[in-house]
Design a protein around this ligand. Sequence first.
Ligand code: NAD
Length: 499
Amino acid sequence: MLVPILTAGQWQAARTDRVADVFNPSTGQVIAQVPLCTVEETSAVVEAAAAALPKWSATPVIERARLMFRYRELLEKNFDELAKLVTREHGKTLAESRAEVRRGIEVVEFACGIPSLIMGQSLADVAREVDADVSRHPVGVCVGITPYNFPAMVPMWMYPIALVCGNTFILKPSEKVPLSAVRLAELLVEAGCPAGVFSVVHGDAPCVETLLTHPAVAAVSFVGSSPVAKWIYERGTQAGKRVQAAGGAKNHFIIMPDADPAATIDALSASAFGCGGQRCMATSVAVAIGSIGDPLVEQLSTHAANLRVGPTDTTSDVDLGPLIRREHVTRVAEYVEVARQEGATIALDGRRKFDSPGFLLGPSVVDQVRPEMRVARDEIFGPVLSVIRAANLDEALALGKQCPFGNGASIFTRDGYAARQFKQHFNAGMLGINVGVPAPMAWLPFTGWNGSFFGDLHVQGTEGVQFYTRQKVTLSRWFAPSAKQASEDPLWSGKFKSS
Ligand code: NAD
């Protein structure tokens, strides 16, 4: 099956002869092929989106909101099918896919409130008899370029908000997971989205470069790895686009000696190994404070060793599904060896043979890691957790300051003062206090810091509305009628005369 593109309201087969395989990571089998669109094909999609813009941006805001109300109903109706599709092309467990689709629907629900969210401001008498108001207007054709690890949720961080703000939108999903994006688009068309208002194009570097530089594109939202995010930000802003680019992560999880042991182990294991460690909010480094180190490593290794690793498409009795590709399994597994060579201790080794053709890798726990080691610095994006021992909270906060990323961090403690110190001083944008995955929520911005985000306005929440709108300030003065006008104009029959 060749995955179609959506342009000018039509599903079409792309003409390019360059394609990439889409796999079911649980079976290792190819389930579709995705076209890698050419510059010309991508430009045509942009031009169709630009042609649809004037009518859509002039559509009353409540009608744009009603599209989202109808879309939400269809997403609910097709919820199970969407979750299964995410599992099929990504490999995460069905429970994880359901959670992802649910988070995405919440953004649609947020977008339903656009008439209130997009309101402007006014200030009467800003000068003598002059009033000022600020109104919000669409920016134009917007583009979303998304990663493989959340095939449904990350696209939904973007287009529901962009569309209700009056923009047209082109989604370029990850070529590794294009099927969920296509299904989301089919449902949007079914909900009544007009032709050209929402488009889907597939591709790699030539397609992305075209989207970034085409004169008709106004704004680009990107989520993916940091090197690509940085390049997207630089290239897009150079071409005069508004760009928000969320990047990779190296999230820390601090365990204070007073933390509740059972709750901490459960949360740490879920954060490090859930979705195979392929979450931008996954914990990658556990920082054990003081005496907690030895029992933590022992209990965590026992817990992780008991996680059920296996294919997710046919059974729900699995805790840890496959990784996205065979090459990714090899890359992640190499980090365990690198850690050993750099002097760390392998407390749990997830490298083993599985009785399945899927892209499977068990969880690994690497102890006695030092901050300068590669496992402590690189984004691994797989089920390998490093444990760094620290003497106190100050040392843990210092580790955060050295980290080039800044997506998120968590602390587990019963001590309010330690929690407050963490909140005030940890060098990252999304924090969890006794919460292992400080997940982005629809109503709030996803506030990655440092090398985890390039731009100003983040995705989601009211920052999303700000990103997808530009403001207009209008100063108005209306002159009082002259005495002659007032006497001649029936509207000014005397009683309305200016005093
Ligand atoms: P990726 O950077 O490889 O790809 C992301 C998108 O960019 C894809 O659509 C891909 O086709 C495109 N792309 C990749 N290389 C490109 C190039 N050279 N030129 C043009 N386009 C290119 O990321 P991924 O592997 O799909 O996803 C995993 C990464 O995403 C991890 O680093 C993870 O931390 C990050 N991520 C971040 C967040 C966040 O909100 N900060 C959320 C999810 C994932």
